[in-house]
Design a protein around this ligand. Structure first.
Ligand SMILES: [Zn+2]
Ligand SMILES: [Zn+2]
Length: 332
């Protein structure tokens, strides 16, 4: 297994300095174009990867958040790479989150560029994460005085009415003349998250499945109530180790080598969290999700988690309980 090392120093440096990274050439015909998020936090920009084909066109992976500013930045970035927006032949989103798919929806409307998504991810577009936030918050046993604040931050819906042009399945090759870029299904972050492998160029585009710096959240869209996103994610982390030879092109941060090591780091962190929650649940069999979540050793501390971060902590706690119940390791 390869060592975990950053391979794009400019983006590494700027990520640490908390400024927007610059456009970078990755390979012949492959560029990374950073497109800012409107609400910069830990993550400041999405890296859109552009792949030139053998017939004068260019293809986009994860075109970033849908703003006019990003449309102009993408156009400028494509010009550096020798193209313009009118040369874009297809868009593929690794998953449905607005920082990956967002601008794709706008470009499809404006220019008719076809958009591809994994089949399960496309189904997830019409399945909001919190169809009835009040019911979810009641199920978690949230005290009344905290309920309204959490209902207010629950995301309601995905891009409304959007229909993708192409459904992808595991193992499919993207329709890019002169390149063989294969879909690797990696459910976990969302139900239909994918990574993309270009064996000839030795590149692994990892979306939000594997990131440097931060640990991607799990179960963030498209799963049914009885699915086990954590179990799915652990399987997906093990699966991508076979692409350890490739340089990783993540959705955020900087490129790196050491996909296997980084995947294990992230998977182990989720396993430790599961073990922690299993211990808390065993010590108090009647505890609500709220009570258990408040006892978890969150990195920032439970008392400092407000709004969406607290909602996420509660959701993750419930997902771990479901995972433990599914694997038969709860209450033993
Ligand atoms: Zn995401
Ligand atoms: Zn993202």
């Amino acid at each position: 297994m390869q060592e975990y090392v950053p391979t794009s120093v400019a983006q590494h440096g700027s990520a640490l300095a908390r400024t927007t990274p610059e456009i970078e050439q990755v390979r012949d015909g492959v560029w990374a174009i950073p497109l800012p998020l409107p609400h910069a936090g830990v993550v400041e920009s999405t890296l859109c990867y552009t792949l030139a084909d053998s017939s004068g066109g260019v293809h986009l992976i994860d075109p970033g958040w849908g703003t006019d500013d990003n449309r102009d930045r993408l156009d400028a970035g494509l010009r550096v790479a020798g193209f313009g927006l009118s040369d874009v032949r297809s868009i593929t989103a690794t998953h449905l989150h607005p920082d990956h798919l967002g601008l794709g929806v706008l470009l499809r409307e404006e220019l008719g560029i076809p958009v591809a998504l994994h089949r399960a991810e496309h189904a997830a577009l019409t399945r909001p994460m919190y169809p009835d936030p009040g019911a979810t918050i009641a199920r978690w046993g949230v005290p009344t005085e905290h309920a309204d604040a959490l209902v207010a931050v629950a995301p309601r819906s995905q891009p409304s009415g959007f229909v993708a042009d192409l459904m992808l399945d595991d193992g499919d090759a993207l329709d890019i003349p002169g390149r063989e870029v294969r879909v690797v299904a990696t459910p976990g972050h969302t139900a239909g998250s994918i990574c993309l492998h270009d064996a000839a160029d030795g590149l692994f585009i990892s979306g939000d499945h594997v990131l440097p710096i931060i640990n991607p959240g799990l179960g963030l869209g498209g799963f049914a109530d009885d699915d086990d996103p954590i179990g799915a994610a652990l399987d997906s982390y093990a699966r991508v180790e076979e692409f350890d030879d490739a340089e990783v092109c993540p959705g955020h941060g900087y490129r790196f080598r050491g996909l296997g090591v980084r995947s294990r780091q992230i998977a182990d962190r989720h396993r430790r969290r599961s073990a922690e929650i299993a211990g808390l649940a065993a010590a108090d069999a009647d505890a609500t999700v709220w009570a258990l979540a408040s006892r978890v050793e969150w990195t920032d501390g439970w008392d400092n988690l407000a709004g969406f971060l607290r909602l996420s902590a509660l959701a993750q706690t419930e997902l771990h309980l479901r995972h433990l119940a599914r694997r038969g390791t709860l209450g033993e």
